[in-house]
Ligand binder design. Structure first.
Ligand SMILES: N[C@@H](CCC(=O)N[C@@H](CS)C(=O)NCC(=O)O)C(=O)O
Length: 245
């Protein structure tokens, strides 16, 4: 039965499309994945159909037969277990090297870079003075996290050693968007080299092309930038948070 991915072209969505393409690169036949785009600026994440897959009403969601999954990192782990490879090796010790970094991404990098991005780009109707504190707090914490990543990458190509793993796949989409979230991670040389290394992989290239014209993967057109700002503004609005009450 075909995997069904419910997603959107955002950092959390690209984690899963990159994973699927990296699995194909690793030689697995993951089949014809049915990809359904959830238009989050239109509120499709709140539909009863999507909520059945993702009770948290956020993309991505994955359906594999009777299994319904939400949370991007859980989906990466599920796919890694289903298709054993260096992306998530079967070996116990190797798994427990990777899993803390996967949790670190889910609990730290995603929320912190995501909040920094929201205050930097999307909350156009919030007073500048009111934004100053969250911008400072999330900006400083994002820089600290980039420093943690830089230390971890010292002397190794990927987060957990010589191979790309689900921890890299989870972390990469947020770090590569540092200009968009305006977090100056550039002094972290190991991180910058790692971004280039991960980005150069054909599987990553194909995964990032989901929902984005190939020629715009790295250089955004005015239209795309505006579309992201509109979408981000509707997601970041307080109205969106109150939607399900
Ligand atoms: N922790 C979740 C975060 C998912 C998430 O924040 N998804 C965003 C798009 S990147 C979303 O669906 N936002 C819609 C909303 O907040 O209403 C994961 O890793 O899957």
């Amino acid at each position: 039965m075909a995997l069904e991915l419910l997603t959107s072209p955002t950092p959390n969505g690209w984690k899963v499309t990159i994973m699927l393409e990296e699995l194909r690169e690793a030689g697995f036949d993951v089949g014809d994945v049915t990809v359904t785009t959830i238009e989050i600026q239109k509120g499709e994440q709140f539909s009863p159909e999507f909520t059945r897959v993702s009770p948290n009403q956020k993309i991505p969601g994955l359906v594999d037969g009777d299994t319904r999954l939400f949370e991007s990192c859980a989906i990466l782990q599920y796919l890694g277990e289903k298709y054993p490879s260096p992306l998530f090796p079967a070996d116990h010790t190797a798994r427990w090297t990777i899993l803390p970094w996967l949790y670190w991404q889910a609990a730290g990098v995603g929320p912190i870079f995501g909040n920094k991005l929201s205050y930097t780009r999307y909350m156009g109707d919030v007073d500048e003075a009111a934004k100053a504190h969250p911008l400072e707090r999330f900006g400083n914490e994002a820089l600290r996290l980039a420093g943690v990543l830089d230390r971890q990458l010292e002397g190794q190509d990927y987060l957990c050693g010589d191979d790309l793993t689900i921890a890299d796949i989870a972390t990469f989409p947020w770090l590569r968007g540092y200009k968009w979230s305006k977090v100056d991670i550039t002094p972290n040389e190991n991180v910058m080299a790692w971004i280039d290394r991960v980005r150069a992989r054909p599987g990553v290239e194909r995964g990032l092309a989901y929902g984005v014209p190939k020629e715009e993967i790295d250089s955004w057109s005015k239209e795309r930038r505006e579309a992201y700002e509109r979408r981000g503004a509707s997601i970041a609005s307080n109205e969106n948070l109150l939607r399900d009450r």
